[in-house]
Write a protein that binds this ligand. Structure first.
Ligand code: ZN
Length: 324
């Protein structure tokens, strides 16, 4: 039994996820239907902003520089599709730091009311979220064992009624982070509260830190933690996805069929996938199905279970430059 099957078997939302599939399009060519296939429209997977061309250029330059510096810059296999596919899956992958050797101190800020009551999460939920996060980045659910681990230094139960619900980009977000943020560029700050607009979370990229260090971090919907009420997004993978952004990973559909997330070993896809549409194939290049099991797609928590070697290399490269 593979780990994905194990995870599905353990998932309370499995039946729900599969029951939704029957309403999804029967063929991958039915693109318009796929684009509107979000059966959970009360939630929006991720509010992380799209990067500008300039920012993408900075990130790509950092990745390319490391590839070029790798011992065996074997780019022979890159080939093919435009500016995307030939990227960091090449000979540089073997220089990714060993699994579990890059440990980020983590501060977990849980919003409560002014009296310290009605906290959005319990300590047990915070611990469960940290366990899911560490397991995902360790490859424990089936993907690559990345270099990254996260050490919970402190859970901060915050007495502030005004921050019990936050909008992305609001003055409350600015005040919350400015007041609470701990550490430096290599310190992960997670803020857990209720989020406006149905968002599950958002994050800042490593390249954002220099210009706005106080904004750096990850915001998650409190009920997205393991056992929360935000089914089918309540197994803690919102946290995993957003920390992926915090380490510099794009969405798998970022550039559509022109290279997806610019990582060579994740298949490109035309648009976000929702639910768990097994066999979905929106880019007809190379016959590889869409990366629906990847943590950086929009599928249900019970569906996503992996980072790839190329993603680990990319995140490692950006961390070496921006998260130290
Ligand atoms: Zn995202």
């Amino acid at each position: 039994m593979n780990k994905f099957a194990t995870k599905l078997a353990l998932s309370a939302s499995t039946v729900f996820a599969f029951s939704m599939m029957s309403s999804l399009p029967a063929t991958a060519q039915d693109y318009s239907a796929w684009d509107n296939a979000n059966q959970n429209a009360s939630f929006k997977r991720c509010g992380t902003r799209d990067l500008s061309e300039r920012e993408i250029g900075m990130i790509e330059a950092a990745v390319q520089k490391r590839i070029n510096n790798a011992k065996k810059p074997d780019h022979a296999g890159g080939g093919g599709g435009g500016n995307g596919g030939g990227g960091d899956g090449g000979g540089g992958d073997d220089t990714t730091r060993p699994a579990g050797t890059v440990v980020f101190d983590t501060y977990f800020h849980v919003m409560c009311d002014d009296n310290g009551n009605n906290c959005r999460n319990t300590q047990a939920e915070v611990d469960a979220q940290m366990a899911v996060l560490n397991n995902a980045f360790a490859g424990g659910t089936g993907g690559t064992a990345t270099p990254f681990a996260f050490n919970l230094v402190q859970t901060n139960f915050v007495k502030k009624t005004d921050w019990l619900t936050i909008s992305s980009g609001s003055s409350q977000e600015t005040a919350m982070k400015s007041t609470l943020r701990q550490g430096d560029a290599a310190t992960l700050n997670i803020y857990s509260t209720n989020l406006d607009g149905g968002l599950l979370g958002w994050a800042t990229f490593p390249t954002d830190y220099a210009s706005n260090p106080l904004r750096d971090g990850v915001v998650i919907l409190a009920e997205s933690v393991p056992g929360g009420t935000a089914a089918p997004y309540n197994e803690g993978d919102t946290g995993t996805h957003e920390v992926g952004h915090w380490l510099g990973l794009y969405h798998t559909f970022q550039s559509g069929c022109q290279g997806g997330d610019l990582v060579a070993d994740t298949a490109a896809e035309r648009s976000p996938a929702y639910g768990c549409p097994v066999g979905r194939d929106t880019c007809k290049k190379g016959g590889e199905p869409d990366p629906i099991y990847n943590f950086m797609d929009y599928t249900d928590d019970s569906c996503m279970f992996e980072f790839t070697n190329g993603q680990a290399f990319r995140a490692d490269t950006l961390s070496l430059q921006y998260r130290k």
